[in-house]
Design a protein around this ligand. Structure first.
Ligand code: CTP
Ligand code: MG
Length: 180
């Protein structure tokens, strides 16, 4: 029972978990803010690029399409009912994760933090909040059916842990400059 809630919650969030990691791998090129500043600080900074954002969104949507293709098989094999993603929901979760991350960088710059500086709490939750809000806005009916309260509770607890874990791994592999 608990296991099926956890499995359903993590499955539903996979298209939101992948974009940030894909952006790290694909990032580079022109920054979204084009170098613009607000006051004496960058609007977003060089760490938020068009290429990273587009690649991250595309990776999340692509993963969702793949998950849709295997949800039935995996569900039958495990006896767990797994959610599927209408395209608009997949897009909402993926682009929302990126938007949340960009919004966090905006706040980081406003609070005087340089690119790459840690902002505990915000770093771990920005993309979840962005994904859930965008998912809800773009696919409200799907969202209500998919993100039940028990699943949302699992997401709230498991996401920070997963985020910390994957970032430490990416750092150790030399893919990321900081372990957060
Ligand atoms: N990245 C990107 N575009 C995004 C998000 C991330 O290109 N929308 C890439 C950048 O190369 C970035 C790296 O992924 O440096 C790590 O992402 P993140 O930790 O979010 O950025 P930081 O460089 O730490 O910058 P910030 O302090 O603004 O979070
Ligand atoms: Mg960072």
């Amino acid at each position: 029972m608990l296991l099926s809630v956890v499995a359903g919650a993590l499955w539903a969030m996979l298209p939101a978990y992948v974009p940030n990691n894909a952006a790290v791998l694909a990032g580079g090129g022109r920054p979204i803010d084009g170098g613009r500043t607000l006051g004496d600080r960058r609007l977003l900074g060089d760490g938020k690029t068009w290429r990273g954002t587009a690649a991250g969104t595309l990776a999340g949507v692509t993963l969702a399409v793949g998950l849709n293709a295997v949800a039935g098989l995996v569900g039958d094999a495990t006896g767990v009912r797994l959610p599927t993603f209408p395209l608009v929901a997949a897009f909402g979760l993926s682009v929302g994760a990126m938007v949340g991350d960009v919004a966090a960088s905006f706040l980081k710059r406003r609070s005087g933090r340089q690119r790459g500086a840690a902002f505990p709490g915000l770093d771990q939750l920005d993309f979840v909040v962005g994904a859930l809000v965008c998912g809800f806005l773009l696919a409200p009916t799907w969202f209500r059916v998919t993100f039940t309260l028990p699943r949302l509770a699992v997401v709230a607890v498991a996401t920070p842990a997963l985020h910390v874990g994957t970032n430490v791994v990416a750092y150790r592999l030399g893919l990321k400059d900081e372990p957060w």
